[in-house]
Design a protein around this ligand. Structure first.
Ligand code: F6R
Length: 369
C-alpha cells in the first residue's frame, strides 16, 4: 500500500503533482475563468463581504497565512488569519459581512470546529477547505471547497498542504473575479500559471537527491533556522514545523526582516540556516534585502542553505548549499518552495532513526481541544 516507498510520507510527497492537478480539475474552464460550484455562497453575498477571517491549526494555519497575501492582493478585502485554538477566546469581531474560512485536512480538528461554530453563532458565513468528504467541519459549514489530495496517512501533512494552497488561491481568484478588481489581467495570467503548476512541482521532485544528501550530513545538529519574506515567511514556518515534528530538532522560522530585531544573536559557527528567497523578478526589493540577510548571517558563520529560483545568480556567492526551484509568479512560489523542505525533514528524520509516518506524541487528527 506504500506503493514501493519506505514511508507513506515519501509516497505522499511524490503524489503532490497529481494532488495539485486533481484539486484544480474542473475548476478552471477553457475560457480561463473559475467555476466553483461547491461554494454555496452566492456571488451577491460574496460581493458584500467586508472581511475574511481564516482559522486553522498547524500546517493548515500556514496555508492560511499564505492565503492572506493572495486574498488581500487580488481582492483588496482585509483578511485576518488566526490559530483556531486562540480564535473564540478573544471575542473576535464578526458579523454577517465576515467570511470565515476554516482550513482542515481531516475535517475533524476540534479547535477548528469550535472556531467555526463560534463564527456561525455570530452570523458569519463559513467556507470549509477540507480534504475529507463528509467530515464534521464541512458538514457544519455553509459551503465547502474540497481539496483532492486523496487520503493522507502520514501524520505530517504534505500533499494536503499543497492542495490547501491551491484551494486558497482558487478562493482568492474567485473572489477577485466575482468582485471585479483592478487585477483582472493579472488574475487571468495567474489562472494560466496555476493550471501548469503541477508540472513545476514534478520538476522539483526530480531534483531532490542533493537535498537528501545534505539532510544526512546534518543529522547530528541540534538546531536549524528557517528564514523567509512575504509568502516565503509562512514557508519558513512550515519548514520548521516539519523538522520539529519529524526530526525532533529545535527549529524556528523567522521573517528575514526580523533578524536584526533579535534572532541574529542566535547565529553561530556552522549553524544551518535555510533561506527561502523571493523571486528576483516581481518584488525585487525583497529579493535584494534577503540577499543582504544571507550575506550577514554567512559573515557570522552560518551554513547557508539557499532555496532560490532558477536563474537567480545574485545568491550564488553566499550559498553554501543551493537548492533550485522553478520560476513562478511570486504568490505561487510556496507550491514549489515547500517541497524541498518536506524532503529535507523526512530525510533528516530517517537519518536520526525516527519513525517518519508516526512521530512520537502526535496523532493524525486532533479531536480534543
Ligand atoms: C503538521 C500537521 C498538523 C496539522 C494540524 C491540523 O504536519 O499535520 O499541524 O496540520 O493538526 O490538522 P487538520 O488539517 O486535519 O485540521
Amino acid at each position: 500500500e506504500k506503493g514501493g516507498y519506505d514511508y507513506f510520507m515519501l509516497k505522499e510527497i511524490a503524489e503532490q503533482p497529481k494532488a495539485v492537478a486533481d484539486t484544480l480539475l474542473g475548476r478552471i474552464d477553457p475560457s480561463g475563468s473559475l467555476t466553483l460550484d461547491e461554494v454555496r455562497i452566492s456571488p451577491s453575498e460574496l460581493r458584500e463581504i467586508e472581511k475574511v477571517v481564516i482559522v486553522a491549526c498547524g500546517t493548515a494555519f500556514h496555508a492560511g497565512l499564505i492565503a492572506k497575501y493572495a486574498i488581500e492582493h487580488w481582492t483588496r478585502i482585509p483578511c485576518e488569519v488566526e490559530l483556531a485554538s486562540e480564535f473564540r477566546y478573544r471575542d473576535p469581531i464578526l458579523d454577517g459581512r465576515s467570511l470565515v474560512i476554516a482550513i482542515s485536512q481531516s475535517g475533524e480538528t476540534m479547535d477548528t470546529l469550535m472556531a467555526l461554530r463560534h463564527a456561525r453563532e455570530q452570523g458569519s458565513k463559513v467556507l470549509a477547505i477540507c480534504n475529507t468528504n463528509g467530515s464534521t467541519i464541512p458538514r457544519e459549514s455553509d459551503a465547502v471547497l474540497y481539496t483532492h489530495a486523496g487520503p493522507e496517512v502520514a501524520v505530517a501533512s504534505t500533499k494536503a498542504f499543497l492542495t490547501q494552497l491551491v484551494a486558497c488561491y482558487l478562493v482568492a481568484l474567485y473572489l477577485g473575479q466575482v468582485r471585479g478588481t483592478k487585477w483582472g489581467d493579472e488574475i487571468q495570467a495567474v489562472i494560466k500559471d496555476l493550471s501548469r503548476i503541477s508540472e513545476e512541482v514534478e520538476r522539483v521532485l526530480e531534483t531532490m537527491e542533493p537535498v537528501r544528501a545534505l539532510a544526512r550530513t546534518l543529522a547530528t545538529k541540534n538546531t536549524v533556522l528557517f528564514l523567509g519574506r512575504h509568502v516565503g515567511y509562512p514557508v519558513a514556518l512550515e519548514g520548521a514545523l516539519k523538522l520539529k515534528e519529524l526530526a525532533y530538532m529545535h527549529a524556528e522560522g523567522f521573517a528575514a526582516g526580523e533578524l536584526k530585531h533579535g534572532p541574529i544573536a542566535l547565529i553561530e559557527e556552522d549553524l544551518p540556516v535555510v533561506v527561502v528567497v523571493p523571486s528576483p523578478r516581481g518584488r525585487s526589493v525583497l529579493h535584494d534585502k534577503i540577499v543582504s540577510n544571507i550575506q550577514e548571517i554567512r559573515a557570522r558563520g552560518a551554513r547557508t542553505i539557499v532555496i532560490a529560483e532558477e536563474g537567480d545568480e545574485a545568491v550564488v556567492p553566499y550559498a553554501d548549499h543551493l537548492i533550485r526551484i522553478p520560476a513562478t509568479p511570486t504568490l505561487l512560489q510556496p507550491l514549489v518552495a515547500t517541497v524541498p523542505l518536506q524532503v529535507f525533514a523526512c530525510e533528516l528524520a530517517t537519518a536520526r532513526g525516527n519513525e517518519v509516518d508516526q512521530p512520537r506524541n502526535l496523532a493524525k487528527s486532533v479531536t480534543v481541544e
